[in-house]
Structures are given as structure tokens and as C-alpha cells.
Write a protein that binds this ligand. Structure first.
Ligand code: NAP
Ligand code: MG
Length: 462
């Protein structure tokens, strides 16, 4: 694992303005595996200047050439897949096969999709007597979390570059090595200097400086609702564009006609994957009263099977946050049927895959995002109640519906206040818009909807 001691700004690794560093810790064994510079407002300012200087040239580059550069970037991500997977595993703790398939695999699909979209998107259209140009918004400040470290970066940087914007990235303090590897890939793909810049650092220092910088035109943030609210407020006051991908508390609704065993097993796997650190995870399982005990038994057995194979959570802080939710679940009267506070290993930030039954919709564990391997199973009496419970949180990011007939599941899904629903298991689609209703966020990522976030229209009338 190679750590760079500088910031990637204007196409080169430059020394940081200050001397402070951030320790990168492997969550499996709690060992320090590297140090990266803790950026300050001065580093952010250098990076924003570089992005601003590169903007006119990149914006004027024909879309087909931008597409070719993105295709080159995708090819580097393919060539360095193993190194990416190993780096994510080292700093996030996810099992290597999952890092290979998802953390390294999905960004290749997303980068590839934007190479294609940049080449085919209608950046110019005729509307009656007008010609409408879709022009890049300008300099983008991207702030990303640690849970899918490379995916979150690529889901912002690829559409921004496809649109003709330039970018300054502030990645999560827990996973900066993956971000440095991405900067190396940008260099290797020979993108023009300054179109992508990286400043590692702490959220309240480097992140805040980026969100507040007057020469940033659009802030794209993924992370907690608390920080997202602040960033939205700052952007609002400055009248600048903002995209927020925040938390979730998604419902997995199993209708009585569904294949119960399949729905429960896939549902448990969904929550435990990435150790529960997925904003779109289906952390509330809604089961009809007639099938309730059957579902609880199946879920408890499925969770127990995972043991420590899901990997740890990212940090000691995250482990104590998740543990306090488990304590709260017990204190509020939920029935613990798998996992709990006992850690499956002596070292590392491991949490046992945990399942609570008899969770009522008003409990803390049914309302707040836990971001750990914890599933809540909630009972419903009829479809109306299932809709009410599913929609009864401040979030609306994702969800799932299971039924014997697709049409029945679709009819139910249409009643959910949420941005994405998987029908009978669904399949990940890198072109489908991803983003939240309600407090899960503002804006969409992925596909053409994600691209249009980085564009603004100019209409010429004839
Ligand atoms: P977070 O603090 O919101 O972190 C997201 C990003 O924002 C990180 O790069 C972070 O930097 C940065 N940041 C923090 N404070 C900032 C500020 N004042 N101004 C600008 N940027 C700032 O999230 P977290 O602490 O990593 O995790 C907390 C909770 O957020 C989790 O338990 C989970 O519920 C939720 N979360 C959601 C998602 C999602 O995909 N929706 C992802 C991660 C976390 P640092 O890394 O230095 O903090
Ligand atoms: Mg934080």
C-alpha cells in the first residue's frame, strides 16, 4: 500500500501546505498502514485554482474527446483492479472477494457508462424556435464517504468530467489511500492537468473549506444527513448548486404471496453485505403477521451463518456507534434473535451479524440509520399498514418488494416514498438514477440523470 505525502493538484503531486497527517488504520487488525496529509483551507484553495484554470479548456474539449479520456480512465481501473481491491480491503476491511467484485468492479461499470454517455448525450437540442445547449456547471467540489470509497468517487467524478466540469475531491479520512490510487489512475489515463484534483483531510477542515469556497460552482456530497444539512445550508446561502446523497432506512416488504425463504435470505444478505455500511441497505424487514415467526427463524439462521465473514466495520468510532444502537434496541424492548454485543473476534472492529424481532415502527432502531450489520424485523397486519410503516421514516432512499406476481409488487412499490425499489430481488443497474426522496437527499447519481446534475442549460431563440 503506497501512501503519497502530497496532494494531487494541477496534474502533479505537490507538498501539502501544512505538516499534519492522518493515520490510516486497517480495521481488521487495528494496525496503522499509512499516513496521508491532512489538508487545510490553503490546499483546498490551491486545488480550486487549478480546477478553475483547467475548466475553460476542458469545457471546450469536444464530448467525443472527453469520452475517449474517460474510456482510458476506465481501462486503467480495469488494469489496476487487483491493487484497488487490496487497497479497499486494507483500509475499509471488506473481505477481498467483495472488494474485487463490488468495490473494484462497480466503478469500472460506472466509468464505462460515462465514457459512453459523454459520446452519445445530446449536449445540444432543438426546442421549437430555440437551440438549447447543455453546458457544464463549472468547478465541482466533491465530498465522499468511506463506505464504497471508489464507487462514491467515480459516481461523482465520471459524470462531472463527462459534462465538461473540473473537480476537487475531498475523500473520507478513513479511506484516503483508495482516493490516492484513483488520482494515480487519472494521471495514468493522461487527463489534462487540473481537471481532477485531490485534497485529503478532515471533514470539518478540508471538507468545510471546499464546501464554502466561493469559486466552487457545485458541491456534491455523500454522507450523513447531519453534515449534508449544513452543506445544503451553506450552498443555499451562496446560491450555488448542491447535490446531497444522504442516509437511508429502507424497507424490505415481503407480501404474503412471496417466496418467503428467498425474500428473507436475500434480505439478510443485503443488510450484512459490506458489514451493513450501505446507505441503501434494506435494514427494516416488513413481514405479514401470518408469516412472521417463520421469517424470524429464517433470518436468525441466515445471520448466524455469516459470523465474522462479513468483515469489520470501518473504525472504532463506527463500532461504538453501532453497539450503542444494539443496546438501545434491547433497552426499548426488541427481541434479539441473532448476534448482539459480543464480538466474533478479539481484535478488529467486528460486530456480530445482528437481528432484532418484535421491532415496532417507533423504536429508535426502526427510525435511525445504524450503518452496521443490524436488521430489524417488523410485523404488519395488512397492506395499508405495511405502506404506512414503510413510509414512516424521514428517509426515502431505496427499498424492496417481494410478491408472487411482479404486477402485485410493482403496484405496492408505486406507493413507496423512495427513490429506488428492487422487485423480487432486482439486479443492480449502473444506468438507473440513484438518489433519495425526503431527507435521503437532493439530486440523482448514475446514468444520464447523474450526468444532467453537472449541466446547465442555455437557450438561444431564433
Ligand atoms: P460524514 O461525517 O457525513 O462524512 C462524509 C464526508 O463528509 C467525509 O468525507 C467527511 O470527512 C466529510 N465531512 C464531515 N464533516 C464535514 C463538514 N463539516 N463539512 C464538509 N465535509 C464534512 O459521515 P461519517 O462520519 O463518515 O459517518 C457518519 C454516518 O453517516 C454513518 O453512520 C452513516 O449513518 C452515514 N453515512 C451515510 C453514507 C451514505 O452513503 N449515505 C455514507 C457514509 C456515512 P471525514 O471523513 O473527515 O469525516
Ligand atoms: Mg465524519
Amino acid at each position: 500500500m503506497k501512501a503519497h505525502h502530497g496532494m494531487y493538484i494541477g496534474g502533479e503531486w505537490r507538498p501539502a501546505a501544512g505538516a499534519d497527517t492522518i493515520e490510516v488504520v486497517n480495521p481488521v487488525d487495528e494496525q496503522v498502514i499509512g499516513r496521508v496529509p491532512a489538508g487545510t483551507a490553503a490546499d483546498v484553495d490551491h486545488a480550486v485554482r487549478a480546477a478553475r484554470a483547467a475548466f475553460p479548456g476542458w469545457a471546450a474539449t469536444p464530448p467525443a474527446e472527453r469520452a475517449a479520456k474517460l474510456a482510458a480512465l476506465r481501462d486503467v481501473l480495469v488494469a489496476r483492479k487487483e491493487e484497488i481491491a487490496e487497497t479497499v480491503t486494507a483500509e475499509l476491511g471488506s473481505p477481498l472477494p467483495f472488494s474485487q467484485a463490488v468495490h473494484a468492479g462497480v466503478p469500472v461499470l460506472v466509468a464505462g457508462s460515462y465514457a459512453e454517455l459523454a459520446a452519445t448525450y445530446a449536449f445540444e437540442e432543438k426546442v421549437g424556435n430555440s437551440t438549447v445547449y447543455h453546458e457544464p456547471v463549472g468547478v465541482v467540489g466533491a465530498i465522499t464517504p468511506w463506505n464504497y470509497p471508489l464507487h462514491q468517487i467515480v459516481a461523482k467524478v465520471a459524470p462531472a468530467l463527462a459534462a465538461g466540469c473540473t473537480v476537487v475531491l475531498k475523500p473520507a479520512e478513513d479511506t484516503p489511500l483508495t482516493a490516492q490510487l484513483f488520482a494515480e489512475a487519472v494521471a495514468e489515463a493522461d487527463l489534462p492537468a487540473g481537471v481532477f484534483n485531490l485534497v485529503t483531510g478532515l471533514g470539518p477542515v478540508a471538507g468545510q473549506a471546499l464546501a464554502e469556497h466561493p469559486d466552487v460552482d457545485l458541491v456534491s456530497f455523500t454522507g450523513s444527513t447531519a453534515v449534508g444539512r449544513r452543506i445544503g445550508g451553506t450552498a443555499g446561502a451562496a446560491v450555488k448548486r448542491v447535490a446531497l446523497e444522504l442516509g437511508g432506512k429502507s424497507a424490505n416488504v415481503i407480501l404474503p404471496s412471496a417466496d418467503l425463504a428467498k425474500a428473507v435470505n436475500v434480505g439478510v444478505a443485503n443488510v450484512m453485505s459490506n458489514s451493513g455500511q450501505t446507505c441503501s441497505a434494506w435494514t427494516r424487514m416488513l413481514v405479514h403477521t401470518s408469516q412472521y415467526e417463520g421469517a424470524v427463524g429464517l433470518a436468525a439462521a441466515a445471520a448466524a451463518k455469516y459470523g465474522d465473514r462479513i468483515g469489520p466495520v470501518v473504525s472504532a468510532k463506527q463500532r461504538s456507534r453501532v453497539r450503542s444502537y444494539i443496546e438501545k434496541g434491547v433497552a426499548e424492548g426488541a427481541r434479539l434473535v441473532a448476534g448482539g454485543l459480543e464480538s466474533p473476534r478479539e481484535h478488529g472492529y467486528f460486530i456480530s451479524p445482528t437481528v432484532f424481532a418484535d421491532v415496532t415502527p417507533d423504536m429508535t432502531i426502526a427510525q435511525e440509520e445504524i450503518f452496521g450489520p443490524v436488521l430489524s424485523i417488523i410485523r404488519y397486519e395488512d397492506e395499508e399498514e405495511a405502506v404506512r410503516i414503510a413510509n414512516g421514516t424521514v428517509y426515502g432512499l431505496a427499498g424492496a418488494v417481494w410478491a408472487a406476481e411482479e404486477a402485485e409488487a410493482v403496484a405496492f412499490a408505486r406507493r413507496l416514498d423512495t427513490g429506488q425499489v428492487d422487485i423480487n430481488g432486482g439486479r443492480f443497474n449502473p444506468l438507473a438514477p440513484f438518489g433519495g426522496y425526503k431527507q435521503s437527499g437532493v439530486g440523482r447519481e448514475l446514468g444520464s440523470h447523474g450526468l444532467s446534475e453537472y449541466l446547465q442549460t442555455k437557450s438561444l431563440q431564433f
